[in-house]
Design a protein around this ligand. Sequence first.
Ligand SMILES: [Zn+2]
Length: 298
Amino acid sequence: MPLQIVSHPDYDAGFAPEHRFPMSKYGHLMDRLGELGLIGGLTQAEPIAAARLHLAHDADYVGQVLACSVPAHIEREIGFPVGERVSRRAQLAAGGTLAAAHLALAHGVACNAAGGSHHARRAQGAGFCTFNDVAIAALALLDGRLVGSVLVVDLDVHQGDGTAEILGGNPDVFTFSMHAEKNYPVRKVASGLDIGLPDGTGDDVYLEILVEALARLSRRGEWDLVFYNAGVDPHREDRLGRLALSDDGLRRRERMVIEHFRDAGIPLCAVIGGGYSTDVAALAARHAILFETASAFA
Ligand SMILES: [Zn+2]
């Protein structure tokens, strides 16, 4: 079976190439997946329904994003203005993660070629994140009783503060974040399990800690679905990362996570998360490692 992938051309909101957020990585990623022969199972994302957004976000903020009237102080925290293309992109990315979650339940594993906007909180976006796609998808599936328990595994280099805030009080969701302790956000929101790593951790120590953490998560209980934020910003060449992982380290990480849950028969929905190298082709190739690895389990 080909790997189930959800994407959309409008995941790229068309920022200037010099923008701090490397928006063109989404198109480059799809090109790379095409070169690798991995897009045989492609689904086009659709914008998420507003009712689903309300499961995770305050009605005021949802209205502001949909009307492109987000207050300037919130836009500053997000890191870019929320115009029509950014608003559409946020709705598509959330719809894409929800679609990928449905595909994961049906096929075992699926990936959204965007998503992982884990700094978006209930009342507002932040840190390049507009809507929290994983929180929205988790709550939508729980609301529809398609799953009874959800695990979020967030290995983006930044702590998953928004996801922890939105899902924190929900007894049916457990959140895990492993990140660089000294990195953004300064004020972290406690996940169910947080592991803050020192700068320069490197492949071997990182993977040793991860294998133990995965075992701990599985001892906590049975999960109906895992959301995996596979941010590649722990890489040594990332502008915002500090954990000094190599491409090979990321490849071993993806295999470790996917194999752990698929061996246990738990469906896994992966999203790409952060990645901020200025070399967009190298960055896209790095994000593609997730898809290459997942395709072996499809
Ligand atoms: Zn990040």
